[in-house]
Design a binder for this molecule. Sequence first.
Ligand code: DGL
Length: 272
Amino acid sequence: MKGPIGVFDSGYGGLTILKEIVKELPQYSYLYLGDNARSPYGTRSYETVYQYTLQCVEWFFSQGCSLVILACNTASAKALRTIQQKDLATIAPDKRVLGVIRPTTEVLGQYTRTNKVGIVGTIGTVQSQSYPIEIAKFYPDMKVYQEACPMWVPLIENNEYDSEGADYFIKKHLQHLLQQDKDIDTLLLACTHYPLLIEKLQQFTPSHISILSQGEIVAKSLADYLQRHPAIENKCLQTGSLAFYTTDDTKDFDNKARIFWGNKVESKHTVL
Ligand code: DGL
């Protein structure tokens, strides 16, 4: 039986990734789930993020998805490995769950000339050390500097990201990060929400530093994955449909989702 490709996030942010995936692969059908009732994930413990993410993955499987993308960096950092290595074998050996960290780290070397990169993300993503660990597998000599930016997600979700208050927190974290090494030439936005800050970040970052969002990279990597895995590709429905689900209030989801998606979103509520 064919089913949609599942795209998961703790809330609305994963829509920035889904948007790019749909641009790259419009022929497939997609099912999006935001676990808004329990977000943010960025400040939660390993065990909690893992349990929540696993429940959501099981929900996608119950909806007929054979492939699920964890668009959330925090979930990718804290839950993906255990789900892939432990849970899938028992709950759904023929299904696959992918994250956003590996596809991004794989290509980082194409962007930096100094081999020094800065990474911004949630506290959970940064503390997990997932990025430095993954990067070292592909680029053992790359120097990685990280900065957790816990205020950026709430500023975006409260539509305050274009305010003076936001400028203060954006500058503060950028300075913290960039002062660690003057040769950092690439800044990776390792959080679903941060592409919304791109203009501000460009304004406050020296022009020789390139700022990378993950959406396009993840979308290209998914296209490549589907080509290399025909057995999974064959189980992905191709009707070009899109459905949005939230574990919380749909009106609130639809209002806020618009900022990330760029267009009107009509979501449905689901209970896990
Ligand atoms: N989606 C999360 C991420 O990419 C950010 C929001 C949250 O903390 O739940 O890390």
